[in-house]
Design a protein around this ligand. Structure first.
Ligand SMILES: C[S@@+](CC[C@H](N)C(=O)[O-])C[C@H]1O[C@@H](n2cnc3c(N)ncnc32)[C@H](O)[C@@H]1O
Length: 185
């Protein structure tokens, strides 16, 4: 990672935080499932820990070594790397998720392409993001700009447009959006 890694500095806070949207994610990602799940930008494994019982294997990929190092569990595989160039074979995962990380990546297009590439045909990809149309999220976006966090939020339509293949759907509830992409072939 180039530049200051804000996330290493706040990793202990993430490591203690619970994931409150487990039920919505379970439904969006059609869990449980047999096979592997990749959590891109998965940080400390906060979300992966909550979903661990619903899939055989979980890999957490994140660009911040400091975040990965705070993972509380030994049964989550961790890979340090950027979402724009995932070190996995094509069609490798039954599920691919990304929570609260898309607005932090350097390149949305490459990230979406890579997440779709590593997803198996028949698999489901879910991106959960703060919904930038909500006033509270606009304030968070402003705060992250002031902290020089390089955040760039996309509205649900913009996230959907990153995918030119697959069956797509966006759900928005209380300031959170879930974009669900099913890879058909
Ligand atoms: C707000 S945290 C969310 C972490 C985790 N998904 C969660 O909900 O607890 C955003 C994460 O995205 C990671 N990240 C930012 N840019 C990335 C990139 N290009 N590739 C992979 N991870 C990235 C950060 O290191 C950080 O761990």
């Amino acid at each position: 990672m180039t530049g200051f890694d804000h996330f290493s500095a706040i990793a202990p806070i993430y490591a203690r935080a619970a994931y409150s949207k487990k039920d919505a994610m379970r439904e969006a990602a059609s869990l449980p499932v047999q096979g592997r799940l990749l959590d891109v930008g998965g940080g400390t494994g906060r979300v992966a820990s909550a979903l661990r019982e619903y899939v055989d294997e979980i890999v957490v990929a994140d660009v911040s070594f400091g975040m990965l190092a705070h993972s509380p569990r030994a049964d989550l595989a961790a890979v340090c790397g950027a979402s724009e160039s995932l070190p996995f074979a094509d069609d490798f995962f039954e599920r691919v998720i990304m929570v609260d990380a898309l607005h932090h990546v350097v390149d949305h297009t490459h990230t979406a392409r890579e997440m779709f590439r590593v997803l198996k045909p028949g698999g489901v990809l879910v991106i959960e993001e703060p919904d930038i149309r909500a006033f509270g999220v606009k304030l968070i976006a402003l705060a992250e700009k002031l902290l020089l966090m390089r955040s760039h939020f996309l509205a649900p339509d913009g996230i959907m447009k990153l995918f030119d293949r697959g069956e797509k759907e966006a759900r928005s509830v209380d300031g959170t959006v879930w974009v669900i992409v099913k890879k058909l072939f």
